[in-house]
Design a protein around this ligand. Sequence first.
Ligand SMILES: CC(C)(COP(=O)(O)OP(=O)(O)OC[C@H]1O[C@@H](n2cnc3c(N)ncnc32)[C@H](O)[C@@H]1OP(=O)(O)O)[C@@H](O)C(=O)NCCC(=O)NCCS
Length: 260
Amino acid sequence: MNQAVSFGVQREVQLRFLCPDDIEEVKRLCTEWFPIEYPDSWYQDITSNAKFYSLAATYYSRIIGLIVAEVKSKTKLNREDADILATHYPTSCQVAYILSLGVVDEFRRHGIASLLLDSLLSYLTSRDRYNCKAIYLHVLTTNSAAICFYERRNFQPHSYLPYYYSINSKPHDGYSYVLYINGGQPPWSIYDYLSQCGALLAKIHPCLLSQQILQAVQKWLRRLLSSSSYDSQENHANGFLYFIKRVLQTKKKPTHICLT
Ligand SMILES: CC(C)(COP(=O)(O)OP(=O)(O)OC[C@H]1O[C@@H](n2cnc3c(N)ncnc32)[C@H](O)[C@@H]1OP(=O)(O)O)[C@@H](O)C(=O)NCCC(=O)NCCS
C-alpha cells in the first residue's frame, strides 16, 4: 500500500451519519459486499432508527464505506453470544454489535474501515457509554480480509459457529470476534483455568511437576493445531482447530480499550 496515496484519500474523506435518503445507495453497496440478502425493513431501520450507530465515510459526497452498530443490553444477547461477558456483570451492562462494515473495493487498504471503527470506538468509550463492556461481530470463516482487519484491531476470536450462515440455501461456518472495552472481561476459559491451576500448584509445591504438566498440555495442543490453516476451512474440524489456535495466540496479548 502506498502511504502517501492513503493520506491523500483520508484527507478528502468525511464522516456523517446515514439518513433515509441513503437507502438505495446503501442497499446497492451491501448487495455488492455481502452474500446475505437483507429485507427492506433492515435498510429502513439502519438509516432512520436512532438506536443504530450508522456512519458513512464519503469521498466528494459519494459513500465509500459504512459501519452499522447497535448498543444493546447484555440480556438481549443471542444464545450463541451469551457467554461473551464474564458472569459477574449485572444485567444493566451493555454490549455493542457490529451489524455491518464495508468499504468500496477501490478504496480498500487506505484506512477507511479503520477510520469508521475508530469513530465507533470513541463513541463507545465516551463517559456516557462506560456501561458498554464489549463490542462483537460475526464473520464468515472464509472472509480472510475481514478476519485480518479485526485481528489487526485487537479483536479476539470468541466462538466457532458451524453452519451459522445460510447463503443461497447452503450452510456456511462463522466465527464471532470480541473486543473488550471500558474494563470489560470475558468469562474464564479452560485455558485460563489450566494456567491458573498450574500457577497455583507451582506455588504450593515447589517442584517442577505442575509446570511440566502444563507445558506438556501446551505442547500437545500446539502439535495438534500446527496442521490447521485457512486453506482447509471448508472442513469443520480444521475450522475449529484453526479457531483454537487463534484463541491461544491472542491469549498471549490481552487487549483492552479503556476510557481515557
Ligand atoms: C474488511 C474491510 C472492511 C477492510 O476495509 P479497509 O478499509 O480495506 O481496511 P483498512 O484499510 O482500515 O485496514 C486496516 C488493516 O487491516 C488489515 N487488512 C485489511 N484488509 C486486509 C486484507 N485484505 N488482507 C490482509 N489484511 C487486511 C491490514 O492490517 C490493514 O492495515 P495495512 O493496510 O496498513 O496493512 C474491507 O475489506 C471490506 O469492505 N470487505 C468486504 C466487506 C466485509 O467483508 N466486511 C466485513 C464483514 S464482517
